[in-house]
Design a binder for this molecule. Structure first.
Ligand code: ADP
Ligand code: MG
Length: 338
């Protein structure tokens, strides 16, 4: 088993506090995604789990053991980075097996492990090639192979797919997820891409300015965002946030009946209904399957996601409707009200 527990992990550089008391439990064999905007502390958290960075306070437990003071090599982890830095003068086989020769694993066993990793990743036919003779996706697989031959049960990945084009990234997400399940790995995966997080994670940990904003399944974050930050970060287009003035949508007569400072409503939860709340279309965006309408109610702007076949144009008056269970209330500090 290989669970990971962070207890009150803090990190400061001089007077910059990068992490404030992070408490987190990652169950063995699960795929955990650290998600958040640039600079929120994702890489710092990952590097502290790896032991590449020391914490300013708190503890790291792997598989129940306190590893806070252990070097990376004694933590039973492997790592994959964004710039996977393969050695250009070594073959694919030598790149995959590099860590094993450094660790003095006997040659016969090292060969067997390289073969096994290559088979898992579909690289058998490419073992004699140099990295420059591989596509981006194949290079990424070699970097993964390097992590897999270590046979560590915990694999830490920092934006490993961000150098790949959109289609390949999608394929690799699926491959990675299958590999993680098949090998029973505990993966901690860093990304700033919410779609990537939603599609891969058992557990999403959303970070904001060095704090955990919300942690849970992708569905939990989507269906019940804990804060306005989480509401805007997860889902595309993001959730609409409308200012309320004593329950009325600001600048309008429409009373929501909510005792909240802000009404959150997802663009895909709104339907067109002539007898609904009057709204003005400011502009429209055609996306093929969908059309996104930029609308206004009173002084508040909101997006409405409709069928791409739905005709709509700027300047048009529409009626909008949504179900009460799709309305999210937030207080003046941005915290969810239930
Ligand atoms: P992310 O990976 O989410 O983009 P990081 O974990 O790299 O964010 O950084 C979190 C914060 O810590 C940022 O404000 C960053 O500038 C700061 N930081 C990261 N590494 C260092 C460092 N070596 N020295 C000083 N500040 C750092
Ligand atoms: Mg980073």
């Amino acid at each position: 088993m290989s669970s990971i527990v962070l207890k009150s992990i803090r990190k400061s550089w001089g007077d910059v506090d990068a992490l404030h008391a992070i408490d987190l439990r990652i169950d063995s064999g699960t795929f955990c995604v650290l998600l958040g905007p640039s600079g929120c502390g994702k890489s710092t958290t990952l590097r502290i789990i790896a032991g590449l960075e020391g914490a300013s306070g708190g503890q790291v437990l792997i598989d129940g053991a306190d590893v806070t003071d252990r070097p990376p090599s004694a933590r039973g982890i492997s790592m994959v980075f964004q710039n996977y830095a393969l050695f250009p003068h070594l073959s694919v086989a030598e790149n995959i097996g590099f860590g094993l020769s450094v660790r003095k694993v006997p040659a016969a066993e090292a060969r067997a492990r390289v073969q096994e990793a290559a088979a898992l990743l579909g690289l058998q036919a490419l073992l004699e090639r140099k990295p420059s003779q591989l596509s981006g996706g194949q290079q990424q697989r070699v970097a993964l192979g390097r992590a897999l031959v270590a046979r560590a049960k915990v694999c830490l990945m920092d934006e490993p797919l961000s150098n790949l084009d959109a289609q390949l990234r999608q394929e690799m997400r699926r491959e990675l997820r299958e590999l993680q399940r098949a090998l029973g790995l505990t993966v901690v995966y860093v990304t700033h891409d919410q779609a990537e997080a939603m599609s891969m994670a058992d557990q999403v940990v959303l970070l904001n300015r060095g704090r955990i904003e919300q942690a849970g399944t992708a569905q939990a974050l989507y269906l019940r965002p804990a804060t306005t930050f989480a509401a805007r970060f997860v889902g595309t287009p993001p959730m609409n946030l409308l200012r309320l003035d004593e329950g009325r949508i600001a600048g309008s007569n429409y009373d929501t009946g909510l005792a909240a400072a802000t009404l959150g409503i997802r663009p895909e939860s709104i339907v067109l209904d002539p007898s609904g709340i009057p709204a003005l279309v400011d502009s429209t965006e055609y996306l093929g399957a969908d059309r996104v309408l930029h609308c206004r109610i009173g002084s508040e702007s909101l997006l409405v996601r409709t069928d791409g076949r739905q005709p709509a144009e700027a300047g048009q008056q529409l009626g909008l409707r949504w179900s009460p269970q799709d309305a999210h209330g937030f207080d003046a500090q941005g915290a969810r009200i239930d």
